[in-house]
Write a protein that binds this ligand. Structure first.
Ligand SMILES: Cc1cc2nc3c(=O)[nH]c(=O)nc-3n(C[C@H](O)[C@H](O)[C@H](O)COP(=O)(O)O)c2cc1C
Length: 159
């Protein structure tokens, strides 16, 4: 295979960019920036999320079988940048961003346009990221706006 072509072609996939919320078994919350997310079924509503194997977030999703997805507004580059690295909660904030919880206990950010929460129903442990299939069990909308895309940030995660 032409490795350069593989990289260019895979980077041609269009993505959004989200803050994925997780929690540990004690209920301590965590969040990370992720783009490898897509809807895979209308009924039941399913999404697939690829999470780097062995990270704190992946360990938490494996154990609690839950995650939240925060849809950010276009332009919120500072917020996604804050979640590239591991974060620790301080009161009801993560990396300085206020959150609350609903059904799953995973963080929902007030700054997000909308959110949904998932119960893990299946997983695929192949490669350096594991795929978690989540059934959407709760969702909410804070306000209208254009969702953030990976392209607008100039960042890459793929290839
Ligand atoms: C632009 C960008 C997109 C990313 N997308 C993903 C992703 O889809 N899945 C993933 O597991 N990590 C992704 N990451 C890496 C995580 O944000 C990073 O590993 C995070 O710090 C893990 O947090 P943790 O150590 O608390 O688990 C991405 C990073 C960047 C810079």
């Amino acid at each position: 295979m032409d490795v350069k072509a593989k990289k260019t072609a895979l980077r041609g996939i269009s993505y959004g960019l989200y803050i994925i919320g997780t929690k540990d078994e004690e209920g301590n919350v965590n969040g990370f920036t992720g783009n490898w997310l897509t809807q895979t079924s209308f009924e039941p509503p399913l999404v697939a999320l690829a999470v780097k194997a062995g990270t704190r977030s992946e360990e938490q999703i494996k154990k609690t079988e839950m995650f939240s997805v925060n849809i950010l507004q276009s332009g919120k580059k500072d917020m996604v940048t804050a979640f590239f690295k591991s974060v620790e909660p301080e009161g009801n904030t993560l990396a300085g961003y206020e959150f609350y919880t609903e059904k799953t206990g995973c963080p929902i950010f007030k700054d997000a346009l909308s959110f949904f929460e998932c119960q893990v129903v299946d997983k695929v442990e192949k490669g350096d990221h594991f795929i978690y299939v989540g059934e959407v069990t709760n969702a909410g909308v804070h306000r209208e706006g254009n969702p953030m895309t990976l392209k607008e940030t100039g960042f890459y995660y793929g290839g």
